[in-house]
Design a protein. Sequence first.
Lengths: 111, 118
Amino acid sequence: GQSLEQPSEVTAVEGAIVQINCTYQTSGFYGLSWYQQHDGGAPTFLSYNALDGLEETGRFSSFLSRSDSYGYLLLQELQMKDSASYFCAVTQYSSASKIIFGSGTRLSIRP
Amino acid sequence: EAGVAQSPRYKIIEKRQSVAFWCNPISGHATLYWYQQILGQGPKLLIQFQNNGVVDDSQLPKDRFSAERLKGVDSTLKIQPAKLEDSAVYLCASSLGPGQGGPNTEAFFGQGTRLTVV
């Protein structure tokens, strides 16, 4: 089986930096990805890490430590539009290449 | 390029009725997923197709849910009979791989169908 853990809620101030952590347990781990979902919207892809280290894409960065089964999403220069739910997801490669999602972190941004 | 198309956007049915959802993935994407997302939770994988074959349906309640992917393109997900706990958003997604650049690393989602069972 597999499990992913992430905080259910995080609150931050506009312009600040926030980190959303994710720990996972799974067999056949291939990589960790992050998705953003606004209320009523579809999940949209943010980033993917297959190797240890930090990947930066604009204001968003994602980190992976395979030895610790841990990753995080770092959001800088927070904007009100960043208020959304953020999901970590593992790509699990066994008989099929599956993408399994965590329960999500609801990020609220205060002015 | 066109995204993943789903219909209908909303559906309200009574328990014990049947319902079907349709999905057209991004052209050329071999992998198609159906996820169920209950309010406040993450998407739960129900079934995964690669081309027109099922590669994973371990989380699909097979006594009431069925799905098919015709000719490796469009897909339909059916619930018969529906229960109150089936109220959720049903998301269809597609991926390019695996096989073309490695395992699936990015899923593209449709807008979903919000199902309410009363």
